[in-house]
Ligand binder design. Structure first.
Ligand code: 5AD
Ligand code: SF4
Length: 443
């Protein structure tokens, strides 16, 4: 019997993408997917370091996996446990100390060396291997070709970040910015479309700072890449995430006017509405800059709706600063958002700033913000009632005969539909709306 793998993924879309690439590599090595960790010879945790909670979850999960390893050992089965992703980059020694049963650990920029790492593990059973160097060559050159797993595919075009927001670990875990060459991205996109994808979501920690080389060695921006991608026959929807406000240029704004395939939904994190806090965060925009960008984008495409990330309780945040965040929410009327209590990350400048905010205050502010965000999300969803929207159906619903898909605005939509409609875009009339999802009927 062949060997089996199990991967558990924490964190962002980039980690989901990385896990898919790891799975493809393991398949090439002859591994099959296991349904549970207990059934797996190789268990991999793909980890997230963005907030303390995410990082701590990894250690509690590892504790449970060690029990699985012991249970399997009692049945005479060998289990390799690996940790990949951002926690490894940031806490390699911590992993070795707190989870010595881990067989290998590799950072988000080095997992393409997995085949070699697994061979080394097999040879030196019992000795942990940690691989976290920032490599000189791009991992993308070493990964197997990406194939569609459904109607929607993620495609990493940029990785890393040079922005150094003072709260954020990403520049330390994902390294400096790197953009994949245009030709490589187009080739991967065509392959994804040829193998069944109708929607591609371009990924990057700072995707709109994309500056990959074209076929003639000339640096090109994200707008250029979007225009080239939109020429691919059979590709019907394009998205890109996550964008940095100060890097939204006029070229990119024009894409929202010109490219029909570009979806009318943009994730553009503002983080805070207070200029004082934005400055302390080292964001290169103030609230007026941000609002101007949103206005220009919505002039280019009046149907465009926004989503954002928010942090409450950043060091020094007063009630007035917090009110400015609520103000910007009232101005932009986000249709979706992710909001977090500030989490002190070791090694980042904000972790040692004065005026850290009490947990109680953070909690109160988060609740107020989330209630406000929720009200706009519900309002927008209710405005969709009676409208017909093209929905890409991605997965089966809870009961038989039901499918779940996404509208152009990233809303989840349930409909009674035969599973032959999976991975297709179908027109649906919205009949029910809650804050978190829509239901509809095929027209
Ligand atoms: N504390 C809380 N939230 C954070 N984020 C990043 N770092 C932190 C932190 N230290 C949030 C930001 C970012 C999202 C991915 O996570 O809002 O946009
Ligand atoms: Fe982190 Fe800021 Fe870079 Fe986003 S732009 S990844 S928040 S440092």
């Amino acid at each position: 019997m062949g060997k089996k793998y199990y991967i558990k993924t924490f964190g962002c879309q980039m980690n989901v993408y990385d896990s898919q690439r790891i799975a493809a590599m393991l398949k090439n090595l002859g591994y099959e997917k296991a349904a549970t960790p207990k059934a797996a010879d190789l268990i991999i945790l793909n980890t997230c370091h963005i907030r303390e909670k995410a990082a701590e979850k990894v250690f509690s999960d590892l504790g449970r996996l060690n029990l699985v390893k012991q249970e399997r050992a009692e049945e005479g089965l060998d289990t390799v446990i690996g940790v990949v992703g951002c926690v490894v980059q940031a806490e390699d020694t911590e992993i070795a100390k707190r989870a010595p049963f881990v067989d290998f650990a590799t950072g988000p920029l080095t997992y393409h060396r997995l085949p070699e790492i697994l061979t080394r593990v097999a040879r030196k059973r019992g000795i942990s291997i940690i691989d976290t160097e920032f490599p000189a060559v791009a991992k993308f050159d070493f990964l197997p070709e990406n194939k569609a797993e459904g109607g929607l595919s993620y495609l990493a075009v940029q990785e890393g970040c040079n922005n150094f927001c003072t709260y954020c670990v990403v520049p330390y875990t994902r390294g400096v910015e790197y953009s994949r060459p245009v030709a490589e991205v187009l080739k991967e996109a065509k392959r994804l479309v040829d193998t069944g994808s109708v929607e591609i979501n371009l990924l990057g920690q700072n995707v709109n700072s994309y500056h990959g080389e074209d076929e003639n060695g000339k640096e090109r921006n994200l707008a250029y890449l979007l225009r080239r991608l939109s020429e691919i026959d059979g590709l019907q929807r394009i998205r890109y995430t996550t964008s940095y406000p100060a890097d939204v240029d006029d070229d990119l704004i024009a894409c929202h006017r010109d490219l029909k395939k570009l979806m009318p939904y943009l994730h553009l994190p503002v983080q805070s509405g207070s200029d004082k806090i934005l400055k302390a965060m080292n964001r290169r925009h103030n609230s007026a800059d941000y609002l101007r960008i949103v206005e220009k984008l919505q002039q280019a495409n009046p149907n465009l709706r926004m989503s954002s990330d928010f942090i409450v309780g950043f060091p020094g945040e007063t009630d007035d600063d917090f009110r400015a965040t609520l103000d910007i929410v009232n101005r932009v009327k986000y249709i979706q958002a992710f909001s977090f209590k500030y989490s002190r990350r070791p090694g980042t400048p904000a972790a040692v700033m004065d005026n850290q905010i009490e947990e109680k205050v953070k909690k109160e502010r988060l609740e107020i913000l989330q209630n406000l965000l929720f009200s706009y999300q519900l309002k927008f969803n209710e405005e969709c009632l009676g409208k017909t929207m093209p929905v890409l159906f991605e997965s089966k619903g809870r009961h038989a005969g039901q499918l779940i898909g996404r509208t152009p605005y990233m809303q989840n939509l349930h409909a009674e539909l035969n599973k032959t409609n999976l991975n297709k875009i179908i027109n649906v009339k919205v009949t029910e709306a809650t804050a978190n999802s829509l239901s509809g009927e095929v027209v």
